[in-house]
Design a binder for this molecule. Sequence first.
Ligand code: ZN
Length: 212
Amino acid sequence: MSKCGTTINRIFCFGRNYLEHIHELSNAVPTVPLIFMKSPSCVVEPGEPIHFPKHGNELHQEVEIVVRIGREGKAATEKDALVLIDSISVGLDLTLRDVQDTLKKKGHPWEIAKSFDQSSPLGTFVPYDESVDLKNISFGCKINGVQKQKGNTRDMMFSTAQLLVELSRVWKLLPGDIVYTGTPAGVGPVKIGDIIEIESDLTGSFSWSVVD
Ligand code: ZN
C-alpha cells in the first residue's frame, strides 16, 4: 500500500515499552517485548479526517516513534538491526481502550481494539542514517493545542534495535514493514471535534481532526 510518501507493508507494534505508561494503565511490566500488529489499511495520511469508530466509546491517542524497514533481513544483533532501517516517522496507535479492557479480561486478541479502520495515523517518513541517534528522539502529542504526551526514546525499556531483533526471532523483515515502538505516559480520551497534533524533532508536526 502506498501511503505517507512511501510503501507500507506490515505494521508491527509494541505495547508497554515506557515504564510510566505501563503504570498509568496498571499493566504488568513485561520481561519480553509485547508484540501486536495492525493492518496496512489502517493508515491515515496527515490531514485526512478520522471518523470516530462506532464500536467503542473510549478512543485513546498513543503517539509513537515509527521506523520503516528498507531492506529484507533478520537482525541477529542490535548492530544488524540498524542497517535494516531506512526511514523514521511519528504516528498514532489509536486504541479503543474500553474495547481493549474487555478483550484483556477475556484473554482475547486485540484486533478490534487496535486494528480498526483509521487506527494508524502516520506522518511523512524522513530518511534514516547512522548519524541519527535512535536513543535520543524527542516527540509528543497535543490535543486542541494542549500538550498531552511528551516522550524521549531514551526512556524505552527495549531500544528500537532490540525490538527489531525481537521481531526477527519470528519474522524475516521486509521492505515497507513499519514498526511502532511504544508510547510514553499521557494517553487519554479524544472526542469528536478534537484536533490531534503529533511531532518529533526529526519530522516536524502532523495533525488530524476527529469527526463523526
Ligand atoms: Zn501503542
